[in-house]
Design a protein around this ligand. Structure first.
Ligand code: GAL
Length: 419
């Protein structure tokens, strides 16, 4: 029987279909399985949404399936296995942009949510630029739950005072102060496992290239192995001299903890760190923790958005649609985002529910140049992102800018970036 199912699955896969709903038609349970990487310290915002869902749909059993690992490093692999195996969750977390479009929409695994957007009046509620990132000429493919900023530098004001330094506005300023911190036994910039190096790289590359050239990398107009491309790796290499040696074994929260504990002065991370510092660590923005745009990127907002979609073959489709409606609602969005560190993607969100960090992010989002994140799925498909992780591994070992830039160009060509 198992063999027959397998045969059938591969025959259907050849036709671009999955067993999906029919295979699970027997499952009449009133359940909803949602899938994300928001576990543990990353969980409170999602739990607030789940609480609302449970209040609205008390008869539905919500299964909160999570796979820990920042930026979805582990969850995405599990999701892939489930999707390709014809066992999709009812709804799953995915970044707006190429992670959604270039991966799951391209392979025809998602349901078009245009009817839901029309029913909810969302086309006027979410910014046009965001809707275009989750849409194609054939439909709208997910519901955005937040807007996160990637390019922030975090610090503890009291610690900086103690060390007699200020937060750097440029990388030159950072490189001037870093040796002094090192002498005092303080790690100038904390870093975590591989994906956080990619995260740091995008802030550094933006500072080195400027907004226009950053965009040109993704449109294919600027080659990764151009002199400008190599220069971004050179600067990145200089900065890496001032990070902690044990980075590869640390989660992003542990790298943030180093700053909180005063073992490190700074950390570059997305503003889920604001959620962690405020919701989990109970530090208040401005007094307890401080932030600035990452060095050299003032006026630019590296943006990303988490969203949830409806995969074809979701067993509990109706429950998933209710989930998505809640996620995009004003009530849902304003319950989730103040805890998450992100701002609401809705134009009508109630800013009185948000803290000073979020207020500053909302103000910057309204006036800055908006740039797509690489590390969080906006500008490149998953093929490129996976390959880029290997390029990063090579660079972390060799610190050879030219080789990294060459390899980056090779994977751009392979993954059809800008084509
Ligand atoms: C990002 C995601 C954020 C946060 C972060 C750390 O990719 O968009 O919501 O979860 O990873 O895990």
């Amino acid at each position: 029987m198992k063999k027959l199912t397998l045969l059938l699955t591969s025959a259907l896969a050849a036709l671009g279909l999955t067993l999906g709903a029919s295979a699970y038609a027997a499952d009449q349970k009133n359940e909803l399985e949602i899938f994300s990487w928001w576990a543990g310290d990353e969980g409170p915002a999602l739990e607030a949404l789940i609480k609302l869902y449970n209040e609205k749909y008390p008869d539905t059993k919500l299964i909160n399936a999570t796979v820990t690992g920042g930026s979805g490093v582990n969850a995405k692999a599990v999701l892939k296995t489930r999707m390709l195996g014809g066992e999709p969750p009812d709804s799953f977390q995915v970044h707006a942009g190429q992670e959604l479009i270039g991966t799951w929409v391209k392979s025809d695994r998602m349901e078009d949510l245009t009817p839901l957007f029309d029913e909810q009046g969302w086309k006027d509620i979410f910014p046009e630029g965001l809707v275009s990132l989750i849409g194609t000429d054939k439909g709208i493919w997910s519901v955005p739950v937040n807007i996160h900023r990637s390019n922030d530098i975090w610090f503890i004001p009291k610690n900086l005072e103690k060390w007699g330094i200020e937060a750097p506005k440029t990388w030159d300023e950072f490189l001037a102060v870093a040796p002094k911190l090192k002498e005092q036994g303080v790690v100038p910039l904390s870093m975590g496992q591989n994906w956080t190096a990619n995260h740091l790289w995008e802030s550094v590359a933006l500072a080195s290239l400027g907004a226009e050239k950053w965009e040109s990398l993704w449109s294919g107009d600027l080659k990764f192995n151009s002199p400008e491309g190599v220069a971004a790796w050179d600067l990145f290499g200089k900065i890496l001299q001032y990070t902690n040696d044990d980075f590869s074994s640390l989660s992003w929260q542990q790298a943030t903890d180093m700053v909180v504990d005063g073992r490190a002065a700074f950390n570059i991370m997305g503003d889920w760190a604001a959620g962690y510092l405020n919701t989990t660590k109970k530090l208040e923005p401005n007094t307890g923790f401080g932030w600035l745009p990452s060095p050299g990127t003032s006026g630019n907002f590296i943006f990303l958005a988490d969203s949830f979609g409806l995969p074809k073959g979701a067993v509990h489709r109706e429950n998933a649609l209710n989930w998505l409606a809640l996620l995009g609602s004003k009530e849902g969005s304003d319950a989730f985002n103040p805890l998450k560190g992100s701002i609401s993607p809705r134009k009508d969100s109630d800013l009185s529910k948000y803290n000073q960090y979020a207020e500053s992010a909302a103000a910057d989002f309204a006036r800055d140049t908006i740039i797509g994140s690489l590390a969080h799925g906006v500008v490149a498909n998953e093929g490129f992102m996976n390959d880029f992780a290997s390029v990063m591994e090579t660079f972390l070992k060799t610190r050879d800018s030219k080789v990294a830039a060459e390899l980056a160009q090779q994977i751009a060509t392979k993954n059809k970036i800008g084509q």
